[in-house]
Design a binder for this molecule. Structure first.
Ligand code: GLV
Ligand code: GLV
Length: 304
């Protein structure tokens, strides 16, 4: 029986399977544990179930001498120092596949919402600004038949491409089209690559300047892929048409963040995988990773 520290209560019944075999301690604070609270909470734990909002760096790992298994409750693992884990022989697992469709759905929701100005139009009704049927005020971009550039053609990128087919979109992907050309030709650019040193600020001022002045940028991947200062300038100057972000850098984005004053911008609080069914399946995968590693078996979804 090992001690497992959970940094957040998660959805799904799979936790009971973990509790049947191990001692599970859940962080119950409203806010996520601070770094100190995380280190204290970990203590002599052998297993950790953590969120993408927990930074599991080399110091945190060094402060947990008995840690053997890290189950990240996400597909992305940029919040975990994989080299430090590897050096200690700590298994790290993620939750791929089960959140592909939920995230692709959200990318499409953002694309449609930004193209047709849904948030601003909805706000206008609540502000009692619906004076008459508008002939021009809300005119936006067409999604059907438009060109969609997909940056990162992995599981989620391909799931977005499948949806785009139903909208008769012309799909370009970085696998077959150089990024500069993709940016120049696309009406919508949707990011689906992991955050790595190579993709950090991949969408910088130069990349944004290649996009059409009508083009809309969608980011459901990681905030750090976009240079947010450059994005704010591009939106203010109108060198791109809009942006819809489910991820920011840093997270959470505070209400006084200057980016929020930029026009034609939608920001969501990182909800790509947030459906009941998807989150339950993520719990199942994270639990399966922990159960396997703590029993000395390879994690079914191992990253290192
Ligand atoms: C969400 O962003 C994830 O990586 O699962
Ligand atoms: C922003 O809210 C938009 O609708 O473009």
């Amino acid at each position: 029986m090992a001690r497992i520290f959970l940094t957040r209560i998660v959805d799904g019944e799979a936790l009971d399977r973990l509790r049947a075999v191990h001692t599970v301690e859940v962080w119950t604070g409203d806010a996520p544990p601070t770094r100190e609270e995380l280190i204290t909470g970990l203590g002599d734990a052998e297993g950790l179930l953590c969120m993408l909002s927990d930074r599991i760096d080399a110091d945190v790992i060094a402060a947990a001498p008995r840690l053997r298994a890290i189950a990240n409750y996400a597909v992305g693992t940029d919040n975990v120092d994989l080299d430090a884990a590897l050096a200690r022989g700590i298994a790290v697992g993620n939750t791929p596949n089960v959140l592909t469709d939920a995230t692709a759905d959200l990318a499409f929701a953002l694309m449609l919402a930004a193209a047709r100005h849904l948030p601003a139009a909805e706000r206008s009704v609540r502000a009692d600004e619906w004076g008459t049927w508008e002939a021009t005020r809300w005119n936006g971009a067409e999604v059907h038949g438009a060109t969609l550039g997909i940056v990162g053609f992995g599981r989620i990128g391909r799931a977005v491409a499948r949806r785009a087919e139903g909208f008769s979109m012309n799909v370009l992907a970085t696998r077959a089209t150089p990024l500069a050309e993709l940016l120049a030709r696309s009406d919508f650019v949707s990011l689906h690559c992991p955050l790595t040193p190579e993709t950090h600020h991949l969408i910088d001022a130069a990349a944004l300047s290649r996009m059409k002045s009508s083009a809309i940028l969608i980011n459901t991947a990681r905030g750090g892929i976009v240079d947010q200062q450059a994005l704010g300038e591009a939106l203010r100057k109108g060198t791109i048409g809009g942006a819809a972000l489910d991820v920011t850098d840093p997270e959470p984005m505070r209400a006084d963040d200057p980016l929020l004053n930029a026009p034609n911008l939608i920001v969501l609080p990182h909800i790509g995988s947030a459906t009941h069914a998807t989150r339950s399946r993520m719990t199942e995968l994270a639990v399966a990773n922990l159960l396997a590693a703590l029993a000395g078996q390879p994690m079914p979804n191992a990253v290192v």
